[in-house]
Design a protein around this ligand. Structure first.
Ligand code: SF4
Length: 397
């Protein structure tokens, strides 16, 4: 598995694969060909939902008038659902070409590079193997991360600072989100709307939802977020961790350790399945975020490794089959609410794990494999193309 820095990235929303990845691609093109012009053909999901996600806008922002952007929704047999073909031009003639894949979580792969171009850092690639190692060495998950990646504690401290900043900014913002769907921000309203007679439990749900809305609305507005594991699912982990800090008074140090544990789960999903909605549907984004959040919470509560595994497994299992069908290609409907629902589910998963871990029948490794196979079987209409589901029926009935 690769570094957790590859998983948790800080950058501008609204989409790790459709805005963060293309931004990285544009910067690399500029570096490789400083004087050139570019004809960039967006294909697959980048063509189908690129307008809504601002893919063309981010490419233009970096490359300016030197880039011509073409949307080709028809090209088939693509090397990846998020593919772009780049023609490098000098004096109107093609001098080089690149196929660029935006493979999820903000990561890009240029033609000629292998998917494994970034170094493998973690030697163990299954939860079972990691669990055995931890048991043999009497270690917890965060200590495993910090022993393999020195400096990761400092990096995750920055990640946590950005998550807090994103939630705070979102809680104080108001107005309509960009894109034309006329979606109003709701985080501040949720946060401040205490009802007469509200029970503690209902207040907890409302506040966690407010935090998830805050981060997700910041993402939809193109604000700075952390991929956790993607932009579209960037509200789940911050929501539960911010709640634990503010309402339950957990320290920043404990939360950084929880992020390390969550990162191991996210990394396993990314390595053995996918965190890309275009590849495996929303189960790969929101399902993964929920699974990571559940593992992080279980670590925060000092639960044992079996309980951490079960919490992460339950959280993923009950997102299996979740489709990706963003209306108008915008990361707003259903994405924002979905972050809030997943944040609450993560807490439920931890509650179940607290009582039922030793009755379980399904391992985390099995559920990750199941998610991948389910995702590959999903019709492409439900894999971030905005051609099926809610995206198709919205405003039509
Ligand atoms: S539906 Fe899910 S996977 Fe699709 S864009 Fe929204 S958050 Fe991402």
């Amino acid at each position: 598995m690769k570094s957790l820095k590859e998983l948790y990235r800080i950058g501008a929303g609204p989409s790790s694969s459709h805005s963060m990845g293309p931004e990285a691609a544009a910067l690399k093109l500029q570096e490789l060909h400083p004087q050139a012009k570019f004809k960039i053909t967006l294909c697959g999901s980048l063509a189908l939902t690129g307008k809504g996600h601002g893919t063309d806008a981010v490419l233009k922002r970096v490359l300016g008038d030197s880039a011509e952007i073409i949307f080709d929704c028809r090209r088939e047999n693509l090397p990846h659902p998020n593919s772009m073909y780049v023609s490098v031009l000098q004096d109107g003639k093609e001098v080089a070409s690149h196929t660029v894949l935006s493979v999820g979580g903000g990561r890009i792969v240029f033609s000629g590079e292998s998917l494994a171009a970034t170094p493998e850092v973690y030697p163990l690639n299954s939860f079972e193997a990691i669990k055995n190692y931890l048991n043999e060495n009497e270690m917890r998950l965060p200590d495993y991360v910090f022993s393999i990646e020195p400096g990761m504690e400092e990096y995750l401290t920055q990640v946590w600072a950005q998550m807090r900043a994103t939630v705070k900014e979102g809680l104080n913002a108001e107005g309509e989100l960009p894109g034309g769907l006329k979606v109003m921000r709701k985080a501040k309203y949720l946060w401040q709307s205490k009802h007469i007679g509200e029970t503690e439990e209902i207040a907890e749900n409302r506040i966690i939802c407010a935090y998830a809305f805050a981060a997700s609305e910041q993402n939809a507005a193109g604000g700075r977020v952390v991929t956790a594991p993607t932009c579209g699912s960037c509200g789940v982990i911050p929501a539960v961790m911010y709640y634990m800090k503010k309402q339950r008074k957990f320290t920043d140090e404990k939360i950084v350790r929880a992020l390390a544990a969550a990162g191991v789960v996210g990394n396993l999903i990314k390595t053995n399945a996918s965190i890309s909605g275009a590849e495996c549907g929303c189960q790969a984004e929101i399902g993964s975020a929920c699974s990571m959040a559940a593992a992080g919470l279980a670590e925060l509560f000092d639960m044992d490794i079996e309980q951490i595994e079960y919490a992460a497994e339950v959280a993923m299992e009950h997102h299996l089959g979740l489709t990706c069908d963003p209306v108008n290609g915008l990361v707003q409907i259903p994405c924002i609410e979905r972050n809030a629902v997943a944040a609450m589910r993560a807490i439920n998963a931890v509650n179940i794990a607290n009582f039922l871990t030793y009755t379980r029948k399904v391992s985390l490794d099995t559920i990750i494999k199941t998610m991948y196979e389910t995702g590959r079987d999903l019709s492409k209409d439900y894999r971030e193309t905005s051609e099926g589901g809610l995206a198709k029926l919205y405003n039509k009935i």
